[in-house]
Design a protein around this ligand. Structure first.
Ligand code: G4P
Length: 529
């Protein structure tokens, strides 16, 4: 395929994720976005809620039972001649490694806030990851149909706590809970008024009115909105593409996902303001051009998404070139090649064979050997993207198979869950192979392991939580030094053979460091989310 065609297709792509605190309305917004757009393929991105139309993910019952999104999936749709790829992020802090990987695969994030709550703990943590990855962030202030905080106060909070300049593109007429319309600051002589469709099942109907004495008379919130806009003009809070793309400012939109108000303006912003896929930095500091031969990043691996197929899918973000089904790809970590001839490209539980995918697109490759999250794949011209960080675990537990006759299934399940990045698996010098130690960033990861071992592998297991909270990297000499200490354990991480020492608390760690001054201990990457 000519390079120009790849470039042209890449320019049409927008690949993004929504970051939010649980309950801010991420699922509702996703459904509302899909309503405005022509859904090409849906991947169970949204956990179904009764009474609402939903793209239901039913491959993980636990996800449904808990009402949390454990798995990340993909929704692809077209809008105004562009192809939008929306990647779902897990809503819970315990799955921070998954979230990090997803954010490594997008070019932009939508930060969704609940108008009554503003910035919440999980939003702050997720925003930090975006900042770290230098992702441009678009802000959507949701639930304006419901009583909430004052618009200027919310902007002030964003500026103060995130250190990023909010530049509203739309502005609400009427306080939260009394939503009378929106003003698009690019067309300040008009206001948009909406007739909400019952249940938000259809996009709200929009009427444009010119702002004049009659409308000021008719809409009680309009005068205040005009004054606030003058104030914003006065302080120069205008959208500036360069500042947005470098993470210094965030365009802000107001609306109500449930009433489907303001959502099309957000979609327009993704098309008009958000960046298309750009050349990606490789591990050695070089840039992989969009038009270069195919390269991709595995950001998620998931087994058993479809019970009927019992297979394993690696979700790959296309970074350069074209993915064509049947092409031979090389896994950078091992230099081994594999064919995608029999691998379907799939989205979620519905198998849609995708013959071709372009930069920004997500391809699900089925049963492609031993791919793990963070892998780089390439065609012809080698490249390796920087490794994904492995976060410092803070929770440790010994896992044991409850049924010895199922030990083969137990070990297979453990291997799979480790490859997916669901949990880190370690061997303790003191405990041996039959009692591997699981290490997690958040304790809910343990629940996922037990649930999936039982339901997907028929291998019931039990956990014994260990009283350690702190982990440090050590070396062979450190392992020897710590051998006689009863207050620590040395673990070998399966995935990379890294030697890790674990301690119950800072106090013990300090004491051991004082007693053993020659001991090498280094901190690991802290879990930012
Ligand atoms: P999440 O994925 O971020 O966790 O949030 P979700 O979309 O599930 O929404 C959380 C709750 O907020 C839901 O209410 C949803 O209806 C409500 N919500 C979402 N967007 C809006 C909005 O624009 N305005 C108002 N007023 N509410 C909104 P729920 O009672 O938990 O569920 P349900 O019974 O309504 O389905």
């Amino acid at each position: 395929m000519p390079a120009a065609e790849v470039g042209k297709q890449a320019t049409r792509r927008r690949t993004f994720a929504v970051i939010s605190h649980p309950d801010a309305g991420k699922s509702t917004l996703t459904e509302a976005l899909a309503l405005h757009a022509k859904v090409i393929s849906e991947a169970g991105a949204v956990h179904g809620k009764s009474g609402r139309r939903g793209v239901t993910s039913d491959w993980m019952t636990m996800e449904r039972e808990r009402g949390i999104s454990v798995t990340s999936a993909v929704l692809q749709f077209s809008y105004r001649g562009r192809v939008l790829n929306l990647l779902d992020t897990p809503g819970h802090a315990d799955f921070s490694e998954d979230t990090y990987r997803v954010l490594a695969a997008v070019d932009c994030a939508v930060m969704l806030l609940d108008a009554a709550k503003g910035l919440e703990s999980q939003t702050l943590k997720l925003f930090d990851v975006c900042r770290h990855r230098r992702l441009p962030v678009v802000t959507f202030i949701n639930k304006w149909d419901h009583p909430g905080r004052d618009a200027l106060g919310l902007l002030d909070e964003i500026e103060r706590r995130l250190g990023i300049q909010p530049t509203p593109v739309t502005w609400p007429v009427g306080l939260a809970g009394d939503m009378q319309g929106l003003i698009d600051r690019r067309r300040p002589a008009n206001m948009m008024n909406f007739t909400r469709a019952p249940g938000g099942a259809q996009p709200a109907e929009r009427h444009d009115l010119s702002i004049d004495d009659n409308s000021i008379e008719e809409f009680s919130g309009l005068r205040a909105a005009i004054e606030e806009l003058e104030l914003l003009d006065g302080i120069g809070a205008f959208h500036d593409p360069a500042r947005f793309l470098t993470g210094k400012s965030t365009p802000v939109f107001f609306g109500s996902a449930i009433s489907n108000i303001g959502v099309n303006l957000l979609l327009d912003a993704l098309v008009d303001l958000a960046p298309a896929p750009a050349p990606r930095s490789a591990h050695d500091g070089t840039l992989r051009d969009i038009e270069a031969p195919f390269s991709g990043l595995v950001f998620k691996v998931q087994a058993n998404m479809n019970r009927a197929h019992r297979d394993r899918i690696a979700f790959v973000r296309v970074c350069s070139g074209v993915f064509e089904r049947g092409m031979i790809l090389t896994r950078a970590a091992t230099g081994r090649s594999f064919t995608t001839k029999y691998a379907h490209a799939i989205f979620g539980k519905d198998r849609v064979t995708v013959e071709r995918a372009y930069p920004g697109d997500i391809v699900g490759i089925v049963n492609a050997g031993s791919l793990v999250s963070g892998d780089t794949l390439y065609h012809e011209e080698p490249v390796e993207f920087p490794p994904m960080p492995i976060f410092a675990p803070e929770h440790f537990a010994v896992i044991r198979s409850k049924d010895l006759t199922r030990s083969k299934q137990f070990h297979r399940g453990m291997e799979q869950l480790e490859a997916e990045g669901v949990i880190q698996v370690m061997l303790s010098d003191q405990r041996g192979r039959q009692a591997p130690v699981l290490a997690a960033v958040g304790p809910m990861q343990f629940d996922v392991v037990l649930h999936r071992l039982q339901h997907e592998y028929g291998a019931p297991a039990s956990l014994e939580q260990l009283d350690y909270r702190i982990v440090r990297r050590t070396d062979k000499a450190g392992r020897d030094l710590l051998r006689s200490s009863r207050e620590t354990e040395v673990l070998t991480r399966n995935r990379d053979g890294e030697l890790l020492a674990i301690f119950p608390n800072e106090w013990r760690l300090d004491r051991i460091t004082r007693d053993l001054p020659d001991l090498t201990l280094e901190p690991l990457v802290a879990a930012t989310v």
